[in-house]
Design a protein around this ligand. Sequence first.
Ligand SMILES: CC(C)(COP(=O)(O)OP(=O)(O)OC[C@H]1O[C@@H](n2cnc3c(N)ncnc32)[C@H](O)[C@@H]1OP(=O)(O)O)[C@@H](O)C(=O)NCCC(=O)NCCS
Length: 169
Amino acid sequence: MGSTRPTSGQQRVSARRAVADDLETLESGEPRPELELARKRFDEQEQGTGIFAVVEVEGVIVGSGFLDFVDEELTPELKNLWVHEKARRQGAGRLLWRWLEARAQEAGYSQVYLAVDPNNEKAIPLFLNLGYSPTGHHLFMEDPDEHQVTDPSQVSSHYAIFRKSLLAG
Ligand SMILES: CC(C)(COP(=O)(O)OP(=O)(O)OC[C@H]1O[C@@H](n2cnc3c(N)ncnc32)[C@H](O)[C@@H]1OP(=O)(O)O)[C@@H](O)C(=O)NCCC(=O)NCCS
């Protein structure tokens, strides 16, 4: 199952589940290879505890994200959203997130959660744009991701929790 749409520049952007053949590409583009997140998320998908999705522009993988059905704190949680720098601002992040939200809806959830560095000036406009609202709660992150912020000195150890209702209307 996938979804495709043209961007404003008429490039085709699409999202789908990651498959084993994607792993080499995903691993070579990981922002934090030491975490081996692509392999972990793929294994979790194989175990049925989440959905690992890729987003493509013109058939080339430019990013990935994960829908976690068993996160300890937030269920379900959308996490690990990443779009390669050269492919940003073409609608890939938005399409990937909407695709994963639709999978959460299909799985019977009426809401989704995410946690984001409050200084993430790229992702927060995206999430607001997609209809997320801050819950006012925070998660303590032992190992916050400095790729989320422009200046490493802005990294926060307390991520803001956002929620979105998946109910129609
Ligand atoms: C956040 C991220 C995934 C956005 O991906 P993207 O493919 O560039 O996003 P899109 O093109 O779909 O943008 C959709 C909307 O998000 C907002 N947005 C995206 N990048 C933005 C930026 N640099 N500044 C302000 N708003 C931005 C805008 O509202 C944009 O809509 P518009 O282009 O019509 O104005 C990408 O910047 C990224 O990978 N960042 C590093 C990792 C990260 O922070 N992940 C989120 C962790 S919670």
